[in-house]
Ligand binder design. Structure first.
Ligand SMILES: [Zn+2]
Length: 130
Protein backbone atom coordinates (compact mmCIF):
# COMPACT_ATOMS: atom_id res chain seq x y z
CA UNK A 1 0.00 0.00 0.00
CA UNK A 2 1.11 3.51 -0.69
CA UNK A 3 1.30 6.44 1.71
CA UNK A 4 -2.41 6.36 2.30
CA UNK A 5 -3.02 5.22 5.86
CA UNK A 6 -5.86 3.15 7.28
CA UNK A 7 -7.74 6.15 8.71
CA UNK A 8 -7.61 7.91 5.35
CA UNK A 9 -8.86 4.80 3.58
CA UNK A 10 -11.75 4.51 6.06
CA UNK A 11 -12.70 8.13 5.43
CA UNK A 12 -12.48 7.59 1.68
CA UNK A 13 -14.63 4.47 1.91
CA UNK A 14 -17.28 6.47 3.73
CA UNK A 15 -17.21 9.18 1.10
CA UNK A 16 -17.48 6.57 -1.64
CA UNK A 17 -20.45 4.93 0.09
CA UNK A 18 -22.44 8.16 0.41
CA UNK A 19 -21.53 9.24 -3.11
CA UNK A 20 -22.58 5.85 -4.40
CA UNK A 21 -25.97 6.07 -2.66
CA UNK A 22 -26.50 9.52 -4.13
CA UNK A 23 -25.54 8.40 -7.63
CA UNK A 24 -27.71 5.30 -7.45
CA UNK A 25 -30.82 7.27 -6.59
CA UNK A 26 -30.03 9.80 -9.32
CA UNK A 27 -29.55 7.06 -11.90
CA UNK A 28 -32.83 5.47 -10.83
CA UNK A 29 -34.69 8.78 -11.09
CA UNK A 30 -33.16 9.60 -14.46
CA UNK A 31 -34.10 6.19 -15.83
CA UNK A 32 -37.66 6.57 -14.57
CA UNK A 33 -37.92 10.04 -16.08
CA UNK A 34 -36.67 8.78 -19.43
CA UNK A 35 -38.98 5.76 -19.35
CA UNK A 36 -42.03 7.89 -18.50
CA UNK A 37 -41.49 10.14 -21.44
CA UNK A 38 -43.26 9.49 -24.71
CA UNK A 39 -40.78 8.18 -27.25
CA UNK A 40 -38.77 10.62 -29.26
CA UNK A 41 -38.14 10.06 -32.90
CA UNK A 42 -41.32 8.58 -34.39
CA UNK A 43 -44.05 11.08 -33.55
CA UNK A 44 -45.49 14.29 -34.83
CA UNK A 45 -43.54 16.01 -37.49
CA UNK A 46 -45.57 19.20 -37.57
CA UNK A 47 -44.13 20.53 -34.33
CA UNK A 48 -40.45 20.24 -35.03
CA UNK A 49 -39.51 23.00 -32.61
CA UNK A 50 -40.88 21.27 -29.57
CA UNK A 51 -39.72 17.86 -30.64
CA UNK A 52 -36.27 19.16 -31.31
CA UNK A 53 -36.11 20.68 -27.89
CA UNK A 54 -37.39 17.51 -26.30
CA UNK A 55 -34.78 15.48 -28.10
CA UNK A 56 -32.10 17.88 -27.01
CA UNK A 57 -33.14 17.61 -23.38
CA UNK A 58 -33.21 13.83 -23.57
CA UNK A 59 -29.70 13.97 -24.94
CA UNK A 60 -28.48 15.96 -21.96
CA UNK A 61 -30.17 13.59 -19.54
CA UNK A 62 -28.60 10.63 -21.28
CA UNK A 63 -25.17 12.21 -21.00
CA UNK A 64 -25.68 12.91 -17.29
CA UNK A 65 -26.97 9.40 -16.73
CA UNK A 66 -23.98 7.97 -18.53
CA UNK A 67 -21.61 10.10 -16.48
CA UNK A 68 -23.25 8.98 -13.24
CA UNK A 69 -23.01 5.37 -14.31
CA UNK A 70 -19.35 5.80 -15.18
CA UNK A 71 -18.74 7.29 -11.76
CA UNK A 72 -20.42 4.28 -10.16
CA UNK A 73 -18.05 2.05 -12.13
CA UNK A 74 -15.13 4.15 -10.88
CA UNK A 75 -16.34 3.76 -7.30
CA UNK A 76 -16.59 -0.02 -7.72
CA UNK A 77 -13.07 -0.27 -9.11
CA UNK A 78 -11.78 2.05 -6.36
CA UNK A 79 -13.23 -0.41 -3.81
CA UNK A 80 -11.41 -3.25 -5.54
CA UNK A 81 -8.13 -1.34 -5.35
CA UNK A 82 -8.72 -0.66 -1.65
CA UNK A 83 -9.46 -4.37 -1.13
CA UNK A 84 -6.35 -5.61 -2.94
CA UNK A 85 -4.11 -2.97 -1.36
CA UNK A 86 -3.19 -1.15 -4.55
CA UNK A 87 -5.24 1.94 -3.70
CA UNK A 88 -3.24 5.16 -3.93
CA UNK A 89 -0.86 3.77 -6.55
CA UNK A 90 -1.00 4.86 -10.14
CA UNK A 91 -2.38 2.04 -12.29
CA UNK A 92 -0.05 3.03 -15.13
CA UNK A 93 3.32 3.78 -13.59
CA UNK A 94 2.91 2.34 -10.06
CA UNK A 95 4.03 5.53 -8.34
CA UNK A 96 2.12 6.90 -5.37
CA UNK A 97 -0.67 9.27 -6.29
CA UNK A 98 -0.32 12.59 -4.46
CA UNK A 99 -2.48 12.61 -1.29
CA UNK A 100 -3.95 15.98 -2.26
CA UNK A 101 -5.08 14.49 -5.54
CA UNK A 102 -6.76 11.59 -3.76
CA UNK A 103 -8.40 13.96 -1.30
CA UNK A 104 -9.83 15.98 -4.16
CA UNK A 105 -10.73 12.94 -6.23
CA UNK A 106 -10.88 9.71 -4.21
CA UNK A 107 -11.54 7.59 -7.30
CA UNK A 108 -8.36 8.77 -9.05
CA UNK A 109 -6.49 5.76 -10.39
CA UNK A 110 -3.61 7.57 -12.04
CA UNK A 111 -1.03 10.10 -10.97
CA UNK A 112 -1.31 13.56 -12.48
CA UNK A 113 1.30 12.83 -15.15
CA UNK A 114 -0.26 9.58 -16.35
CA UNK A 115 -3.76 11.07 -16.18
CA UNK A 116 -2.62 13.90 -18.42
CA UNK A 117 -1.17 11.42 -20.89
CA UNK A 118 -4.30 9.29 -20.75
CA UNK A 119 -6.59 12.25 -21.38
CA UNK A 120 -4.47 13.36 -24.29
CA UNK A 121 -4.79 9.91 -25.81
CA UNK A 122 -8.44 9.10 -25.13
CA UNK A 123 -10.07 12.29 -23.92
CA UNK A 124 -12.36 12.22 -20.92
CA UNK A 125 -15.24 14.49 -21.71
CA UNK A 126 -18.31 13.06 -23.31
CA UNK A 127 -19.00 14.68 -26.62
CA UNK A 128 -22.15 15.02 -28.60
CA UNK A 129 -21.77 13.13 -31.82
CA UNK A 130 -23.02 15.94 -34.01
ZN1 LIG B 1 1.49 7.41 -13.12
Amino acid sequence: MSKVNVAQVRAIEQRLASREAELRSRVREAKEALADRPGTGAGHVEDLGEEGEQRFRNGIEHVELQRDQEELTDIASTRERIADGSYGECVDCGQDIAPERLAAQPTASRCVICQGAYEKKYGTTLRYST
